[in-house]
Design a protein around this ligand. Structure first.
Ligand code: FES
Ligand code: FES
Length: 146
């Protein structure tokens, strides 16, 4: 079985997987046990699986574990230690989530846009993640202050 060292949220994990093409999403959830990152569509559409690779938002359902090795991987669990990222604070203030399933990916995408220098409505225009519950109006309100 191939094995890789993945740096996730600042910590190295040596993982053995059945295939070098196993999606990073599976490894994060099923091998490392970080279940905050979600599986939605599996075909790069919904964004529920969004994490950062070297600070850039990526859909982890479409990233092979072999290509994630050697990169800095950040998941929702590593966005902040105590929900203190401004996006997390805005989400709590405006009570954005409904079922919550899409929201970790949504937050990683929003925080990624902020890190790239976007503010307010320009964040909203960067984020095309899918929310089946339709929380878009609250997302729009929450990002308007960021
Ligand atoms: S699960 Fe990756 S984009 Fe939907
Ligand atoms: S809050 Fe339910 S899918 Fe977005």
């Amino acid at each position: 079985m191939p094995s890789y060292t993945l740096n996730v949220n600042g910590k190295d994990h040596v993982v053995s997987v059945s295939s070098s093409s196993m999606p990073l999403l599976w490894v994060l959830r099923d091998v490392i046990g970080l279940t905050g990152t979600k599986y939605g569509c599996g075909i790069e559409i919904c964004g529920a699986c969004t994490v950062w690779l070297n600070g850039q938002p990526e859909k982890s359902c479409d990233v092979d574990v072999s290509s994630a090795a050697g990169k800095r991987i950040t998941t929702i669990e590593g966005l902040s230690a105590d929900r203190s990222h401004p996006a997390q604070k805005a989400w709590i203030l405006h009570q954005v989530p409904q079922c919550g399933y899409c929201q970790s990916g949504m937050l990683m995408r929003v925080a990624g846009a902020m890190a790239a220098g976007h503010h307010g409505s320009s964040i909203a225009s960067e984020v095309n993640n899918v929310c089946v519950c339709g929380t878009y109006p609250r997302i729009k309100t929450a990002v308007s202050g960021l």
